[in-house]
Design a protein. Structure first.
Length: 626
């Protein structure tokens, strides 16, 4: 059964990159609405859509979205980025991202849009969809989207929509500058493969403070091996760009949480080897009520959560005329490709979008179809983080890439969190996501076996404990708190950056002891230790597992620090994608501020019967400072 289903997955690999903006069908029932279909009177003359941008200012407002049946997505006052006082009506003391340069690597951007054209770095847009490397820096080959590809335009608007100009809405960093990188394309897989490596490396470089990557590999459908060239380019970026301060690579964590069923795959950010590195800031998504968005990919490699909303749709089969009706939940208001012939907001009566704003003819706020309110996913959450980082860099341009990451972690809000003396959240045990699938509802499949599938939050054992969640990373970003810390940040606070590798991929601490993994045993793990790890103050931990297991998706991988903190790096049926290789890479952020010196323990459980294997070797790489 499982082998056949995996064959179906492999046969579906027709694209190299998965767009993280579109979300799959919802199982939510139809019902009442929040917002209905009437057009309200705008109250903010400077930016008429600002009052609907709940991610900037959430007052529990009407945002024209169906919420019945998904009540935990209803806009809740205070669940926003906390930017309003920073923007301060564009006063002389406002923090708006001025002077910060951002590369928006995506499907291309409609940089002629009147609400983002003033912030575009004219002549610095790039078109990587061209297969000619000599033209990748050619100003005449700019990154305008092809056809109906609105994703990059929406992303750019979330970051840098111009403020106080009497049209549209406002970006998180409304005075930041951006260049449009057209990186994703509809070329054939074969053409894409011939240039993927070169253009991937090329687009990681340049005179930019932030690179926004609102896309990623499907952790369930794509073979993503650890690419030394890619990792080396990222490493060079954080060491050399921004005059040696390091650029910020901000990456969507993914939309694969509810990808499959019990026998298929549930996404984990660590299943993408190129994201299992500390040089990227992996971003999860939170909805308008302040809880994990239904799609958001979890994992120990998540760093921070932004706001991406839900935006899920369902097909209403109960309409009297038997016409499909699409129902939307609170998502993000942003720019769209201009006119009503393409983009998210189009005058296509056949789609019957029951949304007063997004369906142009019914909305005086969007008659030109130049905006949308259905942008969603970790694609939307990622630019909210890029925007906040731009605010931080305006406040203190001397921040290193490590400073930015640390400040984001230390100022993040611990949403959906209740502290408890046992070191875990009061609502501590998380069920396997298969329980939401048909046939498994109400069955605590793994926890009923005495094995805790995951915890919502875990407090580590640093001198001042740091809470971490595979769902949220260190929590929901707080722009005002992050900027306040950035403004007073003292250079060198984190000390000199060190890591336990002598060269790229050559990790100093390894174990080659072969340890059998007992098949279908969630009680007794295979256990292996590495002794005498160099003592640093931890900023991130990487693990490489070598296993001969025939079906590594069966495995759960836990790591225990010398201080006794235990984090889950891969969850049963949710964390390892079979690559055909024997090496699997994991990033663990939750040990932040602990000491690394001492004995580290790897635990590996097997959650399904039928396939066997060993821990053949493993290695650990500590990133931190003395």
């Amino acid at each position: 059964m499982r082998t056949f289903l995996m064959m179906l997955i492999l046969l579906s690999l027709t694209a190299c990159v998965q767009d993280q903006g579109d979300i799959g069908a919802s199982s939510v029932d139809s019902g009442t609405t929040s917002g209905g279909t009437t057009t309200p009177t705008p109250t903010t003359s400077d930016d008429p859509l600002y009052e609907y941008q709940w991610h900037l200012k959430n007052s529990g407002q009407n945002v024209f979205s169906y919420v019945s049946g998904l009540t935990d997505s209803t806009p809740t006052s205070g669940i926003d980025l906390n930017v309003e006082d920073l923007h301060d009506n564009n006063s002389s003391t406002a923090v708006t991202g001025a002077g910060v340069r951002i590369a928006v690597s995506d499907t291309g951007t409609d940089y002629t849009h009147p609400d983002i054209d003033g912030n575009n770095l004219t002549g610095e847009n790039r078109n990587y969809a061209l297969l000619d490397p000599l033209r990748w820096d050619d100003a005449t080959a700019e990154g305008y989207p092809s056809g109906n590809q609105p994703h990059g335009t929406a992303v750019a608007g979330i970051i840098a929509m111009e403020g106080w100009n009497d049209i549209g809405g406002r970006g998180v960093a409304p005075d930041a500058s951006y260049a449009a990188f057209k990186f994703l394309s509809n070329y054939t897989a074969a053409d894409h493969a011939t240039s993927e490596e070169a253009k991937n490396l090329h687009q990681l470089n340049g005179d930019f403070d932030i690179f926004n990557f609102s896309y990623g590999y499907s952790q369930c459908n794509y073979i993503d091996d650890y690419d030394d060239d890619h990792i080396d380019a990222l490493k060079a970026g954080v060491e050399d760009l921004r005059g040696g301060l390091g650029t910020l690579y901000v990456q969507a964590a993914g939309n694969d949480f509810n990808y499959g069923n019990l026998f298929l795959c549930f996404g984990n950010v660590n299943a993408t080897a190129s994201q299992a590195v500390p040089y990227k800031i992996n971003v999860a998504s939170v909805n308008a009520a302040g809880v994990k968005a239904s799609y958001s990919t979890p994992g120990s490699g998540v760093w921070i959560s932004g706001l991406g909303g839900e935006g899920e749709f369902d097909i209403d089969t109960n309409t009297a005329d038997s016409v499909y009706v699409y129902k939307y939940f609170p998502a993000i208001y942003t720019t769209d490709i201009q006119d009503c012939s393409s983009g998210f907001s189009i005058r296509d009566i056949s789609k019957r979008i029951m949304n007063a704003f997004n369906y142009g003819p019914t909305s005086s706020l969007n008659m030109g179809c130049n905006y949308t309110n259905i942008m969603n996913g970790t694609s939307a959450a990622t630019p909210t983080i890029s925007g906040v980082i731009a605010l931080m860099l305006q406040a203190n341009p001397n921040l290193t890439w490590r400073d930015v990451k640390y400040i984001l972690a230390m100022t993040a809000r611990k949403i959906d969190y209740d502290n408890n003396s046992d070191g875990f959240n009061d609502n501590e045990v998380l069920p396997h996501p298969a329980e939401a699938q048909t046939g498994y509802a109400g069955v605590d499949y793994f926890n009923d076996l005495g094995y805790v599938y995951d915890y919502k939050w875990v407090d580590n054992n640093a001198t001042v404990p740091v809470a971490f969640s595979n769902w949220y990373g260190f929590g929901l970003v707080d722009a005002e708190a992050a900027v306040a810390m950035a403004e007073t940040w003292v250079a060198g606070t984190l000390g000199t950056y060190v890591r336990t590798e002598s060269a790229l991929g050559v990790w100093l601490h390894t174990s080659a002891v072969v340890t059998p993994i007992t098949d279908n045993d969630l009680t007794t793990p295979a256990t292996s230790t590495i002794l005498g790890v160099t003592d640093y103050v931890i900023e991130a931990v990487q693990v490489r597992l070598t296993t001969s297991h025939a079906y590594p998706q069966d495995l759960a991988v836990h790591l225990v620090s010398p201080s006794g903190t235990e984090h889950r790096l891969a969850l049963v049926n949710s964390g390892i994608a079979s690559t055909g290789s024997t090496d699997y890479y994991f990033l663990a952020n939750g040990f932040l501020n602990e000491q690394s010196g001492g004995t580290w323990t790897l635990k590996v459980y097997d959650g399904f019967a039928g396939d066997v294997g060993n821990i053949d070797a493993w290695a650990i790489n500590i990133h931190g400072h003395l």
